[in-house]
Design a protein around this ligand. Structure first.
Ligand code: ADP
Length: 398
């Protein structure tokens, strides 16, 4: 059975076509600059690559070219779109409505629309992607897989903020958490690498990319996570500030006269390791600058590592017993320096990195000392595969 996975961002779109017999990727690609000058589709399939430079005024136009590329003579992996049994869509926010993936129908679309105010940047392009596929492939079922779903198992003390309770009841202001498909995938893989059932293990997962979040996973269920109502809360990120004293927001608005939009832009786009270092939001650039002696680049890294380390330690108190920690996403999978720096001072809780084993990048590996009580793993995340698996499961069920 062939499943197409689609991830629509505000001006980009990623896709992968899976053959679920063997979970092989048959084709994949990326559309950039949707709705702007210079939009293009980079498609891969049959071992070939091709770049299409077409005007793509919206996501529907982009998806039309993606579907054409899937049946293209050079890079197409299938001869007819009828071979695609279902389409799985990444959807960022499902509010409290869904705790697992769902087959899309009118009620689901209504729920996604209602969540736009909780994820104004993310849900609209996700919804547009589903509608476009409904138009272009009307006979093919769609499945929505939510970033928030995995975190719906958190106990109430982990997701209710200490604000007047009416804000939770009336406005649904609460912690939701994101990167759920990634935390789910790597925690399940870690259980496999430990040779244990996921029901029996406690794992802390560290998704460290441009966006970064941690999750505490007990017996396969998320019990705590660092992102909140929005993906701004928690760790320091590429351009997001993560946790700050909330009063800083009103202080800056009063002092500098910033509007709500300006303040949101500062916290989401101008802060994080970019804001502190003044160098870049890309950890590779910052690590390179820091190694040349740039003090602000080093400070940005030190702050980032400190937050991750403190959050790991605090999640030990949520779990009581930790069997493993997992590093994933761009930085977590690739930066041995960051993994080592984060784990410094965590020996007290049984985490000890082995410098030799830690010299690994982009592949699943154990990186802890043989003597370590808590295993440390690097596990490349694969959110697309989780989406494809969930889609298959729901379509198979009818
Ligand atoms: P997202 O999906 O949130 O955009 P990714 O998971 O792709 O993010 O991670 C991107 C981040 O990973 C970039 O900031 C980049 O600096 C970092 N990264 C990727 N490779 C390396 C590397 N070899 N060393 C350090 N950082 C890396």
């Amino acid at each position: 059975m062939k499943i197409l996975v689609i991830n629509c961002g505000s001006s980009s779109l990623k896709y992968q076509l899976f053959d679920m017999d063997g979970e092989q990727v048959l084709a994949k690609g990326l559309v950039e600059r949707i709705g702007m000058d210079g939009s293009r589709l980079k498609a891969e399939g049959k071992g070939e690559k091709k770049v299409y430079e077409y005007e793509m005024k919206d996501h529907k136009a982009a998806l039309k070219y993606v579907l054409d590329a899937l049946v293209d003579e050079e890079v197409g992996a299938i001869s007819s779109l009828n071979e695609i049994s279902a389409v799985g869509h990444r959807v960022v926010h499902a509010g409290e409505k869904y705790s697992s993936s769902v087959k899309v129908d009118g009620e689901v679309m209504k729920a996604l629309e209602e969540c736009i105010e909780l994820a104004p940047l993310h849900n609209p392009p996700n919804i547009v992607g589903i509608r476009a596929i409904e138009d272009l492939m009307p006979a093919t079922p769609n499945v929505a897989v939510f970033d928030t779903a995995f975190h719906q198992t958190m106990p109430k003390e982990q997701y209710v903020y200490a604000l007047p309770y009416e804000f939770y009841e009336d406005l649904k202001v609460r912690r939701y958490g994101f990167h759920g498909t990634s935390h789910k995938f790597v925690s399940e893989k870690a259980a496999l690498m430990l040779g244990m059932d996921k029901e029996d293990v406690n794992i802390i997962t560290c998704h460290l990319g441009n966006g970064a979040s941690l999750a505490a996973v007990e017996g396969g269920k998320c019990v705590a996570t660092s992102m909140g109502l929005t993906p701004l809360e928690g760790l320091v990120m590429g351009t997001r500030c993560g946790n700050i004293d909330p009063q800083i927001v009103t202080f800056l608005m009063a002092k500098r006269g910033y509007s709500i939009d300006e303040m949101n832009n500062i916290m989401n786009k101008k802060s994080g390791v970019l804001g502190v270092s003044g160098v870049s939001s890309d950890f590779r650039d910052i690590e390179a600058e820091a190694s040349k002696g740039n003090e602000r680049a080093q400070l940005a890294l030190d702050i980032f590592h400190d937050r991750v380390r403190k959050t790991i330690a605090s999640y030990a108190t949520v779990l009581g017993r930790v069997d493993a920690i997992v590093f994933t996403a761009g930085l977590g999978e690739n930066s041995k320096e960051s993994r080592e720096a984060i784990c410094k001072n965590l020996e007290f809780m049984g985490i000890e990195i082995d410098p030799e084993k830690n010299n690994v990048r982009g592949k699943a590996a154990e990186v802890s000392k043989d003597s370590a009580k808590v295993k440390a793993f690097v596990i490349p995340t694969n959110e697309e595969l989780v989406i494809a698996r969930d889609t298959l499961a729901l379509v198979d069920c009818g």
